[in-house]
Design a protein around this ligand. Structure first.
Ligand code: ATP
Ligand code: MG
Length: 641
């Protein structure tokens, strides 16, 4: 077995972290085994309801579960109204534009007013309960404002990541059957203006959209279509900054959000007010151990689930201060993120392995220029973090003081499912550790039997779970849910995992990317971690190529660190290294040195593209790719070999 999974590399919570934490009693896991009682108490203690619910969970039509049945709620009441009374002058949003001199601080009272005013504006435009509003914007405060305004009046938001192309935007508008689009003239990215409205105009050539609201951010030239387009500020003119908070059913739809599209065509995932509020609230509070004086910075774009749950709803429901940064991480210099942390005294920082590996490649000199002593907790999400990146993050960003909290979850789960609780959970670099209290996770083998290695499953429903796939209820039932031998309906996450002797979970890759070499199962993430642990390697992606005798053989695509050159010797060294780290079966048959890996716009490696290239097959949907030219460049590298 891989050394990675037997290592005794353990980090205990520091005395200070433990004393300070919301949760410092290990018995919480045991106490939450009666999960309905647990979620009932969270919902009652932490969330305000207009009318109490009658029943915590209704499973009568599973997997169409209903939570907090009969309750009346509005997530914006919990994110805004209740804080205005107690901490109206507290900063809700710190906004930093990419240009250094553009910034804003918005208090809870001000945020409440701006949300109300825009909710009235949407109403004036004819938006009603259950209408789908597509939001396509950069990272400005008006993006969460537009989301909250929709939620306040019971409309459904459909946020499309502002970096997507016209085609990807058009697909999502049409799929969601959305008649209203909220957008902006443009935003800054790497010193350039991204002309958002121009992309919208192109997307709308194939859409049935009735109204477009345009925020003026830059002042660049935009084409306003008569009778369709209206300026945000003109629409709001003269409208009151109070807007009644609509009491909605717990199960009222809050939003649609399309998945990252790492494994194929994105799915429109549906979330609701009640359970989503409960689940994102308590995970924000406990996993990030959020306190009133924290400055929380989750670097994810709001266009992804991480941004929905941990930039907007979770932190605001907790009355926290969140930071939103408009631009690129390395602009104007590679230390931009570190300078923002220093400038605003960020205490809790949540980012993705892709970013950590990128900064690792740039070198720690950039970090050393800044005083990062305000930080007390670091988080990561999106892909498996290899132990080398984990340790780098711990050492150089956290100065060996801050716990590194790896969180596993999905657009579908809505909330964090597996993660340490900083006050009580020992950390192991590369492991997502233990399921959140009240959530029962397990692993199933190919025959559906409990196992220590196989597909990750969730045994019980959980409050922030998705309720459906937009327009695809059959797919919702078929793709994710399966009955086990005892008639229990189980959620299949489509991720491969292992559990070690301490009950700790290790995510080893997508289930269809788990390799079977001569009868052994190996996760892509395991071989990648081994490659990355070599000093010359910055990033790696591993796929399983079909092989007549062995079943599959690993093929690796490797990005080298600056200062290292591809060579036959290095290829040999890497193979030896993998043999030493894991064993002979994991040694890649072929290693390609590439400049870049294909990634989604949310920064995840798209291994299915590498497999298609390797097999000489059709590449499939590439609309979610960050840079499509990388496909041709990788093909060139293969041809040259
Ligand atoms: P699609 O479903 O369209 O293929 P996606 O699965 O990448 O895209 P998301 O919902 O954004 O879309 O991502 C969830 C997935 O990200 C998880 O299923 C898992 O594969 C991966 N992931 C998230 N967090 C972690 C983590 N901490 N460790 C390992 N993998 C993670
Ligand atoms: Mg997925």
């Amino acid at each position: 077995m891989s050394k990675k999974f037997s290592q005794k590399d353990v980090y205990e919570p520091s005395e200070e972290t433990r004393r300070y934490a919301w949760v410092n009693n290990e018995r919480i896991y045991e106490m939450a085994l009666d999960y309905l009682t647990f979620w009932d108490s969270v919902a009652k203690n932490d969330i305000e309801w207009f009318e109490p619910y009658r029943e915590v969970l209704d499973s009568s039509n599973a997997p169409f579960y209903r939570w907090f049945v009969g309750g009346k709620i509005n997530i914006t009441h919990n994110c805004l109204d209740r804080h205005v009374e107690t901490k109206g002058d507290k900063t809700a949003i710190i906004w930093q534009g990419e240009p250094e001199n553009e910034k804003e601080r918005i208090t809870y009272r001000e945020l409440y007013r701006r949300v109300c005013r825009f909710a009235n504006a949407l109403r004036a435009l004819g938006v009603r309960k259950e209408d789908v509003v597509t939001i396509y914007m950069g990272m400005v405060p008006e993006l969460p404002i537009a989301m909250l305004a929709c939620a306040r009046i019971g409309a459904i938001h459909n946020v499309v990541f502002g970096g997507f192309s016209a085609t990807a935007l058009r697909d999502r508008i049409n799929d969601a059957n959305s008649k209203v689009v909220v957008t902006m003239d443009g935003y800054y990215r790497r010193g350039k203006v991204i002309e958002t409205k121009r992309i919208v105009d192109k997307a709308l050539e194939g859409c049935n959209v009735e109204s477009v609201v345009v925020l003026e951010r830059i002042g660049n030239d935009v084409n306003m279509v008569d009778g369709r387009d209206v300026w945000w500020h003109e629409l709001e003119e003269g409208l009151p900054n109070k807007c009644e908070c609509k009491a909605l059913d717990s199960e009222h739809t809050l939003f649609i959000l399309y998945t990252s599209g790492t494994t194929g065509k994105p799915k429109g995932v549906l979330h609701v007010h009640g359970g989503y509020n409960v689940g994102t609230h308590i995970t924000t509070k406990w996993v990030f151990d959020l306190k009133d004086r924290d400055v929380f910075w989750c670097t994810a774009d709001i266009g992804w689930i991480t941004g929905h749950s941990y930039v907007v709803y979770g932190p605001l429901s907790n009355g926290a201060t969140v930071l939103i940064y408009e631009g690129a991480p390395d602009y104007p210099q590679p230390d931009r993120w570190w300078s923002i942390i220093e400038q605003y005294g960020v205490t809790v920082f949540y980012t993705a392995p892709t970013a950590i590996r990128y900064f690792m490649k740039l070198g720690e000199e950039w970090l050393k220029k800044h005083n990062l002593s305000s930080l007390r907790l670091l988080g990561t999400v999106g892909e498996t973090i290899d132990p080398k990146a984990w340790k780098w993050y711990y050492k150089y960003v956290g100065n060996e003081r801050c716990p590194v909290i790896d969180t596993w979850w999905q657009t579908e789960t809505g909330m964090i499912i597996i993660a340490p609780l900083p006050g009580i959970t020992k950390l192991k670099p590369g492991s997502v550790t233990l399921p959140f209290p009240g959530i029962l996770v397990n692993i199933r083998d190919e025959d559906g039997n409990p196992a220590d290695s196989g597909e990750l499953v969730i045994m019980n429903p959980w409050p922030a779970m998705f309720r459906n796939l937009w327009g695809e209820p059959e797919r919702f039932v078929k793709q994710y849910w399966r009955l086990d031998g005892s008639g229990r309906l189980i959620y299949y996450a489509e991720d491969g995992a292992r559990r070690d002797g301490d009950g700790y979970y290790w995510i080893i890759g997508r289930i269809d990317e788990v390799l079977k070499v001569s009868g052994h199962r190996l996760g892509s993430a395991e071989i990648e971690s081994a490659l990355i642990s070599h000093e010359a390697v910055s990033e790696a992606a591993v796929i399983g190529k079909p092989h007549e005798i062995k079943g599959q053989v690993p093929i690796a695509f490797v990005v080298l660190k600056t200062g290292y050159e591809p060579s036959v010797k290095l290829e040999k060294d890497l193979k030896t290294h993998v043999r030493n780290e894991i064993g002979a079966i994991a040694v890649p048959e072929e290693i390609y040195f590439v400049e870049q890996l294909p990634k989604t716009r949310s920064g995840k490696i798209v291994r299915r593209i590498l497999l298609a290239i390797e097999k000489g097959e059709e590449i499939g949907d590439i609309t979610t790719l960050e840079d499509v030219t990388v496909v041709e460049r990788i093909k060139d590298v293969r041809r040259a070999k």
